[in-house]
Design a protein around this ligand. Structure first.
Ligand SMILES: [Zn+2]
Length: 86
């Protein structure tokens, strides 16, 4: 698998913001309709998980009025995070 540059998702979700941090967490956001989105956030932005998860859903399912019902958080292993940053 090719190595891809992975950054905190804030920059892709919020046009006014950018974040060059390596993500520390993998977030799975789910709706009551079983739709889901996955995003990666750094430790500085994890406290906005709910809000950013909603943005990710809005982007993935435009016009569908989807709402975050649950968030599942996985801390990335340190090695994986480092590799993702290469
Ligand atoms: Zn960040």
């Amino acid at each position: 698998m090719a190595r891809t540059l992975m950054l905190c998702a804030v920059g892709t979700l919020e046009q006014a913001e950018a974040c060059a941090n390596t993500p520390t967490y993998r977030l799975e956001v789910r709706t009551s309709e079983r739709q889901q989105a996955v995003l990666y956030l750094c430790s500085a932005h994890i406290h906005r998980a709910w809000y950013l998860g909603q943005l990710a859903l809005d982007r993935k399912f435009p016009g569908e009025n989807v709402f975050v019902r649950s968030i599942h958080l996985h801390q990335l292993p340190r090695a994986a995070a480092a590799e993702a940053a290469l």
